[in-house]
Design a protein around this ligand. Structure first.
Ligand code: FAD
Ligand code: SF4
Length: 452
């Protein structure tokens, strides 16, 4: 029987990587990938697949790779996931496919994500397109939901145009997730692949301003909205309007999309000496590790304990290795300033009380436990909701809590020929769930237009 022990990827030294924006994890070597694939038992009932939101046929791609057919392995993944090099890097496999792997019952699960990444990085597959079907479809936004929707539509022969508000395509994959976790050239390659298949991309086009949903519905047979959830939340505490307070979205967009870390970039970025990042999700980890790379000492503040931190375990470990300090069980009550600039944050200690509606124990302030941390920047990473621009400009569309677009399970909205998916529908979620929804909506569009 193959080795019980999981093979490890090559990861750069924390001291070296904390000073640059190059990728932290290099992934598997060829021999490690082959050895890891041997650990897969090719289970008939494939429990791992039940943990994959898009249903990638995991045993199939691993056994093709094992047999030496890496191109076939990539094609097998592409049947269900259009962005494997990206998913292999950023999907939370430990709570999805790998959490269901039988190898994990008595030992360590197969490293499915790392194998997906290896196969995606090391094989080229040319995608094919059917004959034109005569349908014209518009897609608003160019994040993973829209890219996977556009990909399925163009492959089915539709004429697809993607409208993106920013000057670059890729959504959070380019403006949120930093280069050191997801090299932008990989996202560019995916977009190039779609362009080669015939998808037309229009950038600097804000749907709801440049063009309205109504105009798109008149000109196109169907419209898909994948505009994400980019509106940041704040705490509404005193001092949030001081210079040096940012939303993680703004901070990361300046650095990632506008390359503010590069001395030649025209976009300024605040180079803090001591930064406090509030939150404990992937966004908080990315903001912390970015501030650290820009030269700050970073303290991350979270009101619950480590067990409740929503970020991927790997990201928390990487952040700590690089020098991010975790201040758990405390919460900001006030940001203090001097001459209009941040000088410190007042925190209050918290303890965990009874479980709340989410099932997690709710944090309760410990009266009289306030203390200050000196800092010159505060970055809020508290979650986001959909930007209301699209829905306000087209009030016919039904929305739900926090402004998400209401759809059926296949992405159909209440308006004929109008579909939606991704974070705009679920609120902030994951790359793979956004992709899954983009694909479901593409199927619904093709079915409703009589193409399937
Ligand atoms: P988005 O990726 O948000 O794309 C929406 C696009 O629509 C954007 O390009 C936006 O500019 C554009 N847009 C918005 N309004 C308009 C308009 N009116 N007209 C035209 N275009 C418009 N998920 C993971 O699975 N793993 C991770 O490690 C992870 N890390 C993350 C780190 C950060 C910093 C952030 C912010 C998110 C992270 N996520 C992660 C979440 C994941 O990236 C999102 O769930 C996913 O990108 C949502 O995809 P989407 O296509 O719905 O929207
Ligand atoms: Fe392989 Fe694990 Fe899936 Fe079984 S459950 S097929 S061992 S990856």
């Amino acid at each position: 029987m193959a080795n019980e022990k999981r093979n490890s990827p090559v990861v750069r030294d924390p001291k070296e990587r904390a000073c640059d924006f190059k990728e932290v994890s290099i992934g598997f070597t060829e021999s490690a990938a082959k050895a890891e694939a041997e650990r897969c038992l090719n289970c008939k009932n494939a429990p791992c697949m039940k943990g994959c939101p898009v249903g990638v046929h995991i045993p199939n791609f691993i056994s093709l790779f094992k047999s030496g057919d890496i191109v076939g392995a990539k094609r097998a993944i592409l049947n269900d996931s259009s962005l494997p090099a990206i998913c292999g890097r950023v999907c939370p496999q430990e709570t999805q496919c790998e959490s269901k792997c039988v190898r994990g019952v008595k030992g360590e699960p197969v490293a499915i994500g790392l194998l997906e990444r290896f196969v995606a990085d090391n094989a080229e597959v040319v995608m094919e397109r059917k004959e034109p079907c005569g349908k014209k479809i518009a897609v608003a936004g160019s994040g993973p939901a829209s890219l996977s929707c556009a990909g399925d539509l163009v492959k089915a022969g539709a004429n697809v145009t993607v409208f993106e508000a920013f000057h670059k395509t890729g959504g959070v994959l380019v403006y949120g997730i930093p280069e050191f976790r997801l090299p932008k050239k990989l996202v560019e390659k995916e977009v190039e692949g779609l362009k080669k298949l015939g998808v037309n991309f229009v950038t600097d086009a804000v749907i709801g301003k440049t063009l309205s949903i109504g105009e798109l519905l008149e000109e196109y047979d169907a419209v898909f909205i994948g505009t994400g959830a980019g509106l940041p939340m704040f705490m509404n505490i005193p001092g949030e309007n001081l210079n040096g307070v940012f939303s993680a979205n703004e901070y990361l967009t300046r650095v990632n999309l506008m390359k503010a870390y590069d001395k030649n970039s025209k976009t300024p970025v605040y180079r803090a000496k001591k930064a406090v990042v509030v939150g404990a999700g992937n966004v908080a980890m990315d903001a912390s590790r970015t501030a650290l790379r820009l030269g700050a000492e970073v303290s991350l503040v979270y009101r619950r304990s480590r067990a409740e931190m929503p970020a991927r375990a790997e990201e928390i470990v990487h952040a700590e290795e690089e020098g991010v300090k975790l201040n758990l069980l405390c919460n900001p009550v006030r940001i203090n300033g001097e001459n209009g600039f941040v000088k410190s944050v007042t925190l209050i200690r918290m303890e965990l009380g009874e479980p709340d509606a989410s099932g997690r124990r709710s944090p309760v302030p410990v009266q009289g436990s306030e203390f200050d941390i000196e800092c010159d920047a505060v970055i809020m990473a508290l979650g986001t909701s959909p930007n209301p621009l699209v829905t306000r400009s087209f009030p016919e569309i039904q929305t739900g809590r926090k402004g998400v677009i209401a759809t059926d399970e296949c992405g159909r909205t209440n308006v004929k020929n109008l579909y939606a998916g991704g974070d705009a529908v679920t609120g902030a979620a994951t790359v793979i769930s956004a992709m899954g929804q983009g694909r479901k909506a593409a199927s619904a569009i093709l079915e409703d237009l009589g193409v399937l």
